[in-house]
Design a protein around this ligand. Structure first.
Ligand code: COA
Length: 326
């Protein structure tokens, strides 16, 4: 038995921050940001919205599409690195807001690859028959941990949530065919948020050194990302006896247009097969893959049986791909 994605949903907060707005905050300009990243604007959660609030909105839409009542969900897994609180999990807050008592609920942490790690986890539970349905969410409010004095990073990120509902299918032509995950913890220093955990607990010094914000060595992340994404996509295609020509659609983590263009070029996938929305949202971390999937789905770009390749990479470094027959 395989698991099938039967519902998708997404949500972005109302407030929009454009590149022009950023020009007033740091020494940058629209042309630099567009040329280097492809991003034009991003959505920012307001002070009353936490990650679980975004996640809940996306979940409601995905459940509606799946025609599944919130109280019937059996498993909730949220990929996030910006939880509402260190504990309980953001998934528990989502469960409570859905009025659900049945589901077990937990978060997974794989930065921008979080939604693929969450999908892989839920897929195992559904495909094995352990649960009849699962709600998988990628949700992040990275703008809460952006250093708004650091032009190298603050231009990149936005807030959003995306959700997917999985159910089992007996249809041999459809479902999640494979998920491949990788990590390389020796690269932890090129992208991280060092402060606020047990290594550097909150203190005045940690705050003064701005360790509670995202730190990134952009060019190094860029190089690792292009190589790792190409490799993990080839791994997915090889494992399923497919070539890039078999793909109907690619859903990729929206980190940077140049990373994506380069990866697609190396794989031999035409750019028009990859749904892009980073222009409007920036890098929304865990939310990126499921929100992009939801947009493509609601735009009618996905047909039953289509081969669909998902890919993502983030801090860890952690990365992965999923090959799906829609
Ligand atoms: N506006 C204007 N200039 C900027 C800037 C900004 N927002 N950010 C950096 N610069 C400057 C730098 O200071 C540097 O100036 P210098 O040459 O005088 O020192 C110059 O632009 C080039 O910086 P560099 O970091 O080499 O640029 P880059 O071409 O590598 O682009 C990134 C920077 C961040 C866009 C790019 O490295 C990248 O996208 N990396 C991957 C990041 C990512 O996707 N992270 C998330 C992964 S999940």
């Amino acid at each position: 038995m395989r698991s099938l994605i039967v519902g998708t949903g997404s949500y972005a907060p109302k407030k929009v921050l454009t590149n022009a707005d950023l020009e007033k905050i740091v020494d940058t300009n629209d042309q630099w940001i567009v040329e280097r990243t492809g991003i034009r604007e991003r959505h920012i959660a307001d002070s009353s919205e936490a990650t679980s609030d975004l996640a809940y909105q996306a979940a409601v839409k995905a459940l509606e599409m799946a025609r599944l009542a919130p109280e019937d969900v059996e498993m909730i897994v949220v990929g996030t690195v910006t939880p509402d609180m260190p504990f309980p999990s953001t998934a528990c807050f989502v469960q409570a807001r859905l009025g659900n008592k049945k589901a077990f609920a937990f978060d997974v942490t794989a930065a921008c690859a979080g939604s693929l790690y969450a999908l892989a986890t839920a897929d195992r539970f559904v495909a094995s028959g352990a649960v009849k349905n699962a709600l998988v969410i990628g949700a992040d409010t990275l703008t809460r941990v952006c250093d708004w004095t650091d032009r190298n990073t603050c231009i990149l990120f936005g807030d959003a949530a995306g959700a997917m509902v999985l159910k089992p299918t007996d249809d041999p032509r459809r479902g999640i065919l494979s998920v491949h995950l990788h990590a390389d913890g020796s690269l932890a220093n090129i992208l991280n948020q060092p402060g606020g955990g047990s290594r550097h607990p909150f203190s005045q010094q940690v705050l003064d050194e701005r360790l509670t914000y995202i730190k990134m060595k952009g060019p190094e992340v860029y190089k690792v990302a292009v190589r790792a994404l190409e490799d993990v996509c080839r791994e997915a295609l090889d494992a399923n006896g497919m070539t890039a020509g078999d793909l109907a659609q690619v859903i990729a983590h929206q980190a940077n247009k140049r990373i994506l263009d380069s990866t697609l070029h190396r794989l031999g996938v035409p750019a028009e097969k990859c749904w892009m929305n980073l222009e409007k949202y920036g890098n929304t971390s865990s939310a990126s893959v499921p929100t992009t999937l939801d947009e493509a789905n609601r735009a009618g770009r996905l047909n039953a049986g289509d081969a669909l390749l998902m890919m993502a990479i983030g801090g860890g470094m952690a990365w992965g791909s999923a090959l799906v027959r829609w």
